[in-house]
Unconditional design. Sequence first.
Length: 170
Amino acid sequence: MKYISIKFVFIFIIVFTCTKCFAFDKEAYSVATKDIIKMALFTRPDPDVLVEMQRALVNMGIVACKERASINPVDAPLMNLVVSSADEISSLSIEQITEDWHRYGRATEAGIDVFKSGEYAPAISLVNTVTLPSAGIRSALDYKATRSKKHLHKLAEDLGKVLKHLEYIP
């Protein structure tokens, strides 16, 4: 089982981190997200594998945010804020990610009005392609420390939300 997990994550990372060089592939992001959810809920996953898989999702989300910033000047400040903060987001606690990103504390501090957009505006949905897998990384690390399945359920819940947001990304 361990060998299969390591082999799977190696292939996953190669395939999905290579997308940093290309355009955002919403379908690949969706498939990868569903695979992570299944792994979290229906196997005894290696937390390090979960972390690496979600880092690949974060990288794909960064690509999407950069693309949006380049074609939509109105959304560029928010997209650039997310891209420049992506490394930091993964190191935050779940509570801090919620406050800073899901309640838009960081955007508000930066003078960006996200509340006019609506919860499922494309820009907000793109923010979630970075922040929700980042929260999932924190959940995987918490699972590694405690082996409590509640962290895997939280991870799956957050990634389920990102699947909903993908529907609103053109």
